[in-house]
Every structure is written in structure tokens, then in C-alpha cells.
Design a protein. Structure first.
Length: 150
């Protein structure tokens, strides 16, 4: 399931909805990304996330399908927010559920790594006086590279 939204989310409620009535699930793994108040040593007063509606959901669904093809997932959820966010606010969440924990852990890690490098979101950070676009990081590409099929 894919949710791209401006409003905040309640992760516990989302997990409860995802797993309601499911007795085939033996493990649920979740990751929540938050806005930090420092980026590359610079103060962050706010972050604005932009995306291209339609294209974003399509790309997130493709990433989710890839995870489901690689691991035996019973359920999965990607939530990604957009708009102006403040330090401490939730940006995104990934939830994976499977009969066994290893698949859920690996799929969650894959989804987070690929969302960082393949999801079409643009981040504009503000320190309160100036704004700058966040550039792609080599460390994110390296983390995602281990999932490349070879």
C-alpha cells in the first residue's frame, strides 16, 4: 500500500490497519524517518518536500512491487509526506510484514535504501535565512547498490 500525503500519520494505527485480521503474519518491521535539525553540519529550521503527483505514486508502487517479488511479504506499507516539515516531524514510514522476521527486516531495509535513491522527492532545506536543495549522497547510493541485481 502506498500513501503520499501532507498530513502526519499515526504509525501504530497504520500497522493495526495493515495487520487487522491477518493470522499469517509472524513479524512486522517498521522504520520511521524524521526531520533532523542539522544536515551536513548546517542548522535546519524547516524542510520542504516536493514531488510530482502521479509519477511519485507510480515509482513508489514499483519499488514496493520489487520488494514483494524479492521477499515473501504478507503486507507492506510506504507512507511519504510532502510539504513543509519541521525538525522532529515524521517524513516517511516503511512497514513490512511476513510470516518470518528475516524477510520483513530485509525487505524494510531494501525499501528504505531504495526510497532514498529512487523515489522522486526533492528536499529544500531552510536554516531560517537561506534555502538550499539537498543533493544526492554517495553513502545513500552505496547503501542502495547492495540491492542491485547482478
Amino acid at each position: 500500500m502506498i500513501k503520499v500525503q501532507q498530513q502526519d500519520f499515526d504509525l501504530a494505527a497504520e500497522i493495526a490497519e495493515l495487520t487487522r485480521g491477518r493470522t499469517d503474519i509472524g513479524g512486522v518491521v517498521s522504520f520511521t524517518g524524521l526531520v533532523r535539525d542539522v544536515s551536513d553540519g548546517a542548522k535546519v529550521a524547516a524542510m520542504t518536500l516536493e514531488h510530482y503527483p502521479g509519477m511519485t505514486e507510480k515509482q513508489l508502487a514499483a519499488i514496493e512491487r520489487d520488494a514483494c517479488a524479492r521477499w515473501p511479504l504478507s503486507a507492506s506499507l510506504i507512507i511519504h509526506r510532502y510539504g513543509r516539515l519541521m525538525p522532529g516531524e515524521q517524513i516517511m514510514a516503511v512497514v513490512t510484514a511476513s510470516a518470518h522476521r528475516q524477510a520483513a527486516f530485509e525487505a524494510a531495509e531494501f525499501l528504505v535504501d531504495w526510497l532514498k535513491t529512487k523515489a522522486p522527492f526533492w528536499k529544500l532545506e531552510s536554516d531560517g535565512a537561506a534555502e538550499s536543495w539537498v543533493e544526492a549522497r554517495d553513502s545513500d547510493d552505496t547503501a542502495a547498490g547492495r540491492w542491485e541485481k547482478g
